[in-house]
Write a protein that binds this ligand. Structure first.
Ligand code: AMP
Length: 191
């Protein structure tokens, strides 16, 4: 069992790199953003809570998203490991993830922090917005998402740094150049 937290600002390439990790290592990809968008499409209770918050670039409350994540983990009892994408986004969520995994006698193996500068993030997200159909890929919401990331999510880096699990990945360059750094980080930690 090897679990990866893939971390970074909106537009840093977490989803794209997660697909490559799935392909090479066979881990189960859990994206809380994807799960919430599916809940919205279903019109579930969680979807109703998430809908307005997502389009404003704000977070779903910690207790709601922690329950969503725990359920998603429990749906995959046979997993060789997980990639947590878009979670944890607050220190409270990072603590909750540790305790959820501890109950199962497993842990986070590495936290990959994909680092991309702000101008590049905005450019990528505006470009994605042309085709993504996402309610949050517009300039005003993109700026709010980046602000919220800096205020609430960046402290999560320290959390994993203290545990010796934080690895900075240079997120500019080709997909393969970024993935090569990810492979090196995983391969040096996986047993
Ligand atoms: P993403 O697809 O990861 O960019 O997530 C899209 C949106 O879903 C975020 O801007 C938040 O509104 C919400 N969301 C996803 N994951 C979380 C989380 N871990 N905590 C709070 N809100 C989240």
């Amino acid at each position: 069992m090897f679990n990866v937290v893939i971390f970074g600002a909106p537009g840093s390439g977490k989803g794209t790199q997660s697909d490559k990790i799935v392909e090479k290592y066979g881990l189960v990809h859990l994206s809380t953003g994807d799960i919430l968008r599916a809940e919205i499409a279903k019109g579930s209770e969680v979807g109703k809570i998430a809908d307005g918050l997502i389009s404003k670039g704000q977070f779903v409350p910690d207790d709601v998203i922690i329950a969503v994540l725990e359920n998603a983990i429990n749906e995959h009892p046979q997993a060789k490991g997980f990639i947590f994408d878009g979670f944890p986004r607050t220190v409270t969520q990072a603590e909750a993830l540790d305790s959820i995994l501890k109950k199962k006698n497993i842990r986070v193996g590495v936290m990959l922090n994909i680092d991309v500068d702000q101008n590049e993030l905005v450019k990528r997200l505006l470009n994605r917005g042309k085709t993504s159909g996402r309610s949050d890929d517009n300039l005003i919401t993109i700026q709010e998402r980046i602000n919220v990331y800096e205020q609430k999510t960046m402290p999560v880096i320290q959390f994993y740094d203290k545990q010796g699990k934080h690895v900075r990945i240079k997120g500019t360059g080709t997909l393969d150049e970024v993935f090569a750094q990810i492979e090196a980080a995983i391969d040096s930690r996986i047993s």
